[in-house]
Design a protein around this ligand. Structure first.
Ligand SMILES: NC(=O)c1ccc[n+]([C@@H]2O[C@H](COP(=O)([O-])OP(=O)(O)OC[C@H]3O[C@@H](n4cnc5c(N)ncnc54)[C@H](OP(=O)(O)O)[C@@H]3O)[C@@H](O)[C@H]2O)c1
Length: 246
């Protein structure tokens, strides 16, 4: 019983892919979930001899994924693991602007991936490992925007604020869970924000400056900070956290 299992959502690119990459380098068992697969992760797993599964699944339809995950966990040999983790990393931003400028389907998808999936996967993770001796940790990737509101990003602000308070309430129920803001990272999500129309998104220039002034963390560096936090002895002691203050 010495292995560690990591379930990570949003592993096809960005920080989620970098997180999975670090974990595979360390030889851990990784289940990645996203609509696309990452070839880079398959290669990394093969080279390291690490065990990787990539489920191609749409988290805007999270119920089926959560049921599948619970059943998959129930079929594992629990005695293999000393610690298991769920990293709820997948999220998306809509084209920046007031909610009335966004298609209703897109608004629904943002909330389903960013909040409903987090709730259902967390519950499925705990149900599927109910009687396990392994320690169970849930890390929800939050954002500074869960803690301050920003014009043009209301759905995103809502999912991250919801994720923060979901984490706080689950912690009160006894779950070891942290909602961690990972800093500003050079990923497609940032490109979407700085590509917004300044007429609809007042803070567009600030996001453009993050890139221009070299203020964005690389996905690999952000992933390392997140994983360092996840491995802390006192993980869960503080539910709302930020890598910039850790
Ligand atoms: N980048 C930043 O500056 C920043 C700052 C604060 C917080 N964060 C947070 O950090 C996390 C990672 O963000 P990132 O910047 O790495 O984003 P990203 O590059 O846009 O990657 C997002 C990931 O989420 C997955 N995803 C999106 N919609 C999905 C769906 N319907 N079903 C399954 N997976 C889906 C994507 O996979 P598929 O498209 O293949 O499905 C992709 O792997 C997010 O929670 C984000 O809110 C980022």
């Amino acid at each position: 019983m010495a292995e560690q299992l990591f379930i990570v959502t949003g592993t096809s690119r960005g920080m989620g892919e970098a997180i999975a990459h670090h974990l595979l380098q360390q030889g851990h068992l990784v289940l990645g979930i996203a609509r696309q697969q990452s070839t880079a992760l398959s290669i990394a797993a093969r080279n390291r001899g690490a065990e990787l599964m990539q489920w191609q699944a749409d988290l805007s339809q999270p119920l089926a994924v959560a049921v599948r995950m619970r059943e998959w966990l129930q079929g594992l040999d629990a005695s293999r693991f000393e610690r298991i983790h769920l990293i709820n990393n997948a999220a998306l931003v809509n084209t920046p602007g007031p909610v009335e400028t966004c298609p209703l389907e897109a608004l629904s998808g943002t909330v389903r991936v960013g909040l409903e999936a987090v709730l259902l996967l967390s519950a499925a993770f705990l149900q599927g490992s109910q009687d396990w001796a392994a320690e169970r940790r849930i890390l929800n990737i939050s954002s500074g925007l869960g803690r301050r509101a920003m014009a043009g990003a209301a759905p995103y602000c809502a999912i991250k604020a919801g994720l923060d308070n979901l984490s706080k309430a689950m912690a009160l129920d006894g779950c070891k869970v942290v909602a961690l803001a990972p800093g500003v990272i050079d990923t497609e999500m940032q490109a979407q924000l700085r590509g917004g129309d300044p007429a609809l998104f007042p803070e567009q220039a600030k996001f453009a400056a993050f890139k221009k002034d070299g203020l964005l963390d690389s996905p690999a560096s952000a992933a390392q900070k997140v994983l360092r936090y996840l491995a802390r002895q006192d993980f869960g002691a503080q539910v709302l956290a930020d890598v910039r203050e850790a």
